[in-house]
Design a protein around this ligand. Sequence first.
Ligand SMILES: NC(=O)c1ccc[n+]([C@@H]2O[C@H](COP(=O)([O-])OP(=O)(O)OC[C@H]3O[C@@H](n4cnc5c(N)ncnc54)[C@H](OP(=O)(O)O)[C@@H]3O)[C@@H](O)[C@H]2O)c1
Length: 256
Amino acid sequence: MLDYQPASDLLNNNVILVTGAGDGIGRQAALSYGAHGATVVLLGKTVKKLEAVYDELLAQGSPEPAIIPLDLTGATKQNYQDMAATLRQQFGRLDGVLFNAGQLGALGPFEMIGEDEWDKVMQVNVKSQFLMTQALLPLLKDSKPASIVFTSSGVGKQGRAYWGSYAISKFATEGMMQVLAAELDGSGVRANCINPGATRTHMRARAFPAEAPSSLRTPADIMGPYLYLMGNDSLEVNGQSIDAQPDRIPGQTSQN
Ligand SMILES: NC(=O)c1ccc[n+]([C@@H]2O[C@H](COP(=O)([O-])OP(=O)(O)OC[C@H]3O[C@@H](n4cnc5c(N)ncnc54)[C@H](OP(=O)(O)O)[C@@H]3O)[C@@H](O)[C@H]2O)c1
């Protein structure tokens, strides 16, 4: 999947929402989707970062993107419904969503997980996706074929000591994808997960501060599955959880 070679016009005329589009993997996914013809809707917390990605998209000749500044920590059901209405009004369609924004939270013993910390991680990593999916499904169904891509993790498939609420939130993400995919089967809207594997980003550096970043693939190196799941080459793929880096075996190398 890492060597997937998409057509240069894979996402022409598609409108794709990317959460956490200002940094790390989300930033690269936004640039890659734009480079393959998509109009990208950049959702994130830090406006400056979103504006920088907006400028990069224009500079590389991609369709003009849109920015949705939103902190998922405090966002409400109404915020997502308003967002869906704005997207319908502005673009009339939504062909794909990449749920990528995530918080690592505090790593440490289960007994020490604070309630506030738990709530914050679950709010950003799980509840925001639940509410956003509910709000966006009518638009996605009207635009079918459409693709919903969730972001999982190695610790969302095999629990690991001290990964606390983050790991549990990723199990929930896998579960949400499976429930949704089963319900959507045959509807023209598909839902799948990507586990990016160890990737050179700020989140990874925070989880593994002693690790040499040069030992890791960059977000640009892992875009194959992100493009595959968003474009029409994956029309028959639903309910799958794809490892972007299957060559990095959990247990032999540390992954998050
Ligand atoms: N990197 C890895 O090795 C790895 C491995 C497995 C899974 N993942 C998953 O891959 C996804 C991307 O991770 P990454 O490594 O690219 O992380 P990152 O560099 O920390 O980027 C995370 C992005 O999410 C946004 N975000 C965080 N909290 C938010 C909030 N409350 N509201 C809106 N946006 C918010 C951030 O925005 P700001 O920059 O504005 O804060 C940032 O753009 C995450 O779901 C992560 O769990 C990563």
